[in-house]
Design a protein around this ligand. Structure first.
Ligand code: FAD
Length: 472
């Protein structure tokens, strides 16, 4: 051991939850250490999640534009080829800019990065002790007044199809396939499967998405799911919903995936398989049973609305506490944990937490799906406006999709908003703000929106709730 150090806060995990919590703690004047075992900061999101996937989505979207849509704009482009190595290098550069950015922010805010693997050896009334085992074999122990667990999540494996990251891929391998696959089978039609499936389809792979549930993107608003399935199929993604994967064999460079739909068995021959069937909380270095930290049914750390675990002075945030596995949720929870530690009267609420799928068209959601509002028994009204009736969308040639609002029938309070269309990842944000203020559809409907913009679709959909959309 290399002696013991003191800190007001030790954060275990340097992903979006952990690094944001650490920066906020430091801003509030707390001496802060963030333990991260990877070579770079930023966690899943920056290294093998949000950022690299969006870099590849962007590059592959450009390719699709050039090869499929440039001509209608009067642009004749010949001889376009994919330089996959360059595309991957650019992605890695973008990731590097972000990981270095986090490192810079740590320096700026005087957060100490403890490089190594953290173990919460002791927690609670007897005092918190975190051991950090460095790659060089040394161990440093931190006595921490408070601990924030931000250990993230790991991909769920199929028992008969273990990840080898060579042919059987998690998100990690699927972000760096060395050649465009002939046939990529994606198991799991959720966000990650559809985003990465879209990347490789655009680059020329045949992509088959197998989903156990009756639809892709299970749980989302049904109208959005229907439109997404229609558009993504038209683009050439083969969607097989209601289909169970029953087994798989790897023979050399081929993986044969056995599927069953309503008793009809079939074998799909793939050169690469992406298994994206969900993620589960990672509790590396946290022996919850021994430390007395209560876990939920899915192995997630149970927290209250101030991110406290069952052990005093131990907090937990991000993917490790379950709920929606989203970077911005982890970040928000990190800020709340830091502020609670600093004595501020704040709490976490999830009412206005957006979710986005970065396929093209994009899908963005905040609040409840229509089936959820219906199930609650609350009287509601809906309003919908298609991008095909929006001038800006027509100039862009991006007329698929719509914006849909659900509002309380009596008070007009916004209950849900569901968008599928161009740039809706950005358009959802004004609705999130309206949700934050518990706004009504009328608030958005009477607000001036610049013309011509895609955002007029949001205004018109809000007006449609009131039965007074102008352009449809
Ligand atoms: P993580 O980012 O998982 O970070 C945990 C960190 O803790 C890791 O770096 C790990 O090395 C470290 N760690 C764990 N245990 C220890 C230990 N004992 N000692 C030291 N270090 C430790 N979300 C979005 O909002 N938008 C997106 O577009 C999006 N795209 C995604 C795409 C993909 C392919 C994937 C896989 C995920 C995506 N996500 C996206 C989800 C997002 O990445 C996660 O929700 C987010 O990273 C969770 O942050 P976190 O801080 O809780 O955990």
């Amino acid at each position: 051991a290399n002696g013991q150090q003191q800190a007001d806060v030790v954060v275990i995990g340097g992903g979006p939850g952990g690094y944001v919590a650490a920066i906020r703690c430091a801003q509030l004047g707390l001496s802060t250490v963030c333990v991260e075992m990877d070579k770079t900061l930023g966690g899943t999101c920056v290294n093998v999640g949000c950022i690299p996937s969006k870099a590849l989505l962007q590059s592959s979207e450009h390719y699709e534009f050039i090869t499929q849509h440039a001509k209608e704009h009067g642009l004749n482009v010949g001889g376009v080829t994919v330089d996959l190595a360059q595309m991957m290098k650019r992605k890695d550069d973008v990731v590097g800019q972000n990981t270095k950015g986090v490192e810079f922010l740590f320096k700026k805010n005087k957060v100490t990065w403890a490089k190594g693997r953290g173990t919460l050896r002791q927690a609670g009334a007897a005092g918190n002790l975190v051991d950090v085992a460095g790659a060089d074999g040394t161990t440093t122990t931190y006595a921490a007044k408070n601990v924030i667990l931000a250990t993230g999540s790991v991909p769920v494996e199929l028992p008969f199809l273990k990840f080898d990251e060579e042919r059987v891929l998690s998100n990690v391998g699927a972000l760096k396939i060395p050649q465009v696959p002939r046939h990529l089978v994606v198991i799991g039609g959720g966000v990650i499967g559809l985003e990465l499936g879209s990347v490789w389809r655009r680059l020329g792979a045949k992509v088959t998405v197998v989903e156990l549930m009756p639809t892709i993107l299970p749980g989302n608003d049904e109208e959005v799911i229907k439109e997404a399935a229609r558009v993504l199929s038209k683009q050439g993604l083969e969607l097989r919903a209601g289909t169970r994967v029953t087994g798989a064999d790897r023979k050399g460079d081929t993986v044969v995936v056995h599927v069953d739909k309503e008793g009809k068995a079939e074998s799909l021959e793939a050169d690469y398989v992406l298994v994206s069937v969900g993620r589960k909380p990672a509790l590396l270095g946290v022996d919850a049973g021994k430390l007395g930290i209560t876990l939920g049914t899915r192995g997630e750390i149970v927290v209250d609305d101030q991110m406290r675990t069952s052990v005093p002075t131990v907090y937990a945030i991000g993917d490790a506490v379950g709920g929606k596995l989203l970077a911005h949720k982890a970040e928000d929870e990190g800020v709340i944990a830091a502020e609670v530690i600093a004595g501020k009267p704040v709490h976490m609420h999830y009412h206005s937490m957006p979710s986005v799928v970065y396929t093209w068209p994009e899908i963005a959601t905040v609040g409840l799906a229509e089936h959820e509002v219906k199930a609650s028994g609350r009287a509601y009204k809906t309003g919908k406006f298609p991008f095909s009736a929006n001038g800006r969308a027509r100039t862009m040639g991006e007329t698929s999709g719509f914006v849909k609002f659900i509002a309380d029938a009596e008070t007009d309070e916004l209950l849900g908003c569901h968008m599928i269309g161009p740039n809706v990842s950005e358009l959802i944000q004004e609705v999130v703000l309206a949700f934050e203020y518990r706004g009504a559809s009328e608030d958005i409907g009477v607000t001036v929106h610049s013309h011509p913009t895609l955002s007029e679709t949001v205004k018109e959909a809000a007006l449609a709730v009131l039965g007074r959309a102008i352009h449809f």
